[in-house]
Write a new protein. Sequence first.
Length: 80
Amino acid sequence: MAKKKSKPLVGNNTIGLGYRLSSHEKLCAERMKQLLKSIDELKKNVASLNDSMSKGKGAVAVLMALGAFVIGVLGYLNIK
């Protein structure tokens, strides 16, 4: 039985391989750009949500203080 000859990686094979690697790297670079863009958008969204939560906590604190003041006044005047 004859032994198969191996073909060297020279010529058209390396050009095709280089093209495949180049297109793969281009695809990966595009994916990385998309990921970075998505991460930046998520950071902005988290920052805006954090600001909204801080405002909400402040509003609740003000309402609690006003409620405590009203209850204190009503308790002092004994209004039933």
